[in-house]
Design a protein around this ligand. Structure first.
Ligand code: AP5
Ligand code: ZN
Length: 214
């Protein structure tokens, strides 16, 4: 099962993608996580990506596309995967389709997690990420057992650099301009499915499980 998660920054794509990956035993491929790991490890890719991410801008397509195409070609992706944060522009979607067509494959579902802009800023200001394993929490909606400490690995939690309110506003603008057109793209391809992202995390997941057909 090859799934794309669509939605505004903070809509809950990552939260749901992790749950899908665990339930259906497919890899979770998050381009945001890949960039953050590269930044943490001080790689050249990380240094390049950081200058865009800190401003709330998209990393140029040429730095993203090959990375994802290589990843979906790996053996563990043979039976499927969840793409989270990719594609984010029409050229990225076209490049993905082209690469998949060469393998005789196609995307099965593009799940759009719908959350109005008003809710997004509040979500982002409460989000906390683990510095060590990248797990995501929310101070109000998805709290950790011990405040400030990751449930998975005991690491410390931080507010992401790009989750400051002014950067979130910029990211939302970029989303509407460059990423939202993908909704039409995947509707035309007949694979778009919508879920309400404003309800509880578990309820959103139940909706997704219904779509994926269990
Ligand atoms: P990326 O990491 O992909 O950021 P994003 O798309 O902005 O998405 P987020 O991770 O912010 O949010 P999410 O939708 O995953 O929400 P989450 O589940 O965490 O990318 C970061 C940057 O990298 C980009 O800005 C760009 O610069 C670059 N980049 C990445 N991919 C790229 C690409 N393909 N091309 C170019 N550049 C790229 O949830 C948010 C919070 O809400 C959490 O605290 C969560 O606990 C909480 N929450 C989730 N669901 C619910 C719910 N139902 N109810 C209440 N709270 C909830
Ligand atoms: Zn952790």
């Amino acid at each position: 099962m090859k799934i794309i998660m669509l939605g505004a920054p903070g809509a809950g794509k990552g939260t749901q993608a992790k749950k899908i990956a665990a339930r259906y035993e497919v890899p979770h491929i998050s381009t945001g996580d890949i960039f953050r790991a590269n930044i943490k490890n001080g790689t050249e890719l990380g240094q390049k990506a950081k200058t865009y991410m800190d401003q709330g801008l998209l990393v140029p397509d040429e730095l993203v596309v090959d990375l994802v195409v290589d990843r979906v070609n790996q053996e563990d992706c043979a039976s499927g995967y969840v793409l989270d944060g990719f594609p984010r522009t029409i050229p990225q979607a076209e490049a993905l389709d082209k690469a998949l067509a060469e393998l005789g494959q196609k995307i099965d579902y593009a799940i759009n997690v719908e959350v109005p802009d008003e809710n997004i800023i509040r979500r982002m200001s409460g989000r906390r990420a683990c510095v060590d394993c990248g797990a995501t929490y929310h101070m109000e909606y998805a709290p950790t057992k011990v405040e400030g400490t990751c449930d998975n690995c005991g690491g410390s939690l931080i507010l992401r650099d790009d989750d400051k309110p002014e950067t979130v506003e910029k990211r939302l603008g970029v989303y509407h301009e460059q990423t939202q057109p993908l909704i039409k793209y995947y509707t035309s391809a007949g694979v778009l499915r919508e879920v309400d992202g404003t309800i509880d995390i578990e309820d959103v997941f139940s909706e997704i499980v219904k779509i994926l057909g269990e």
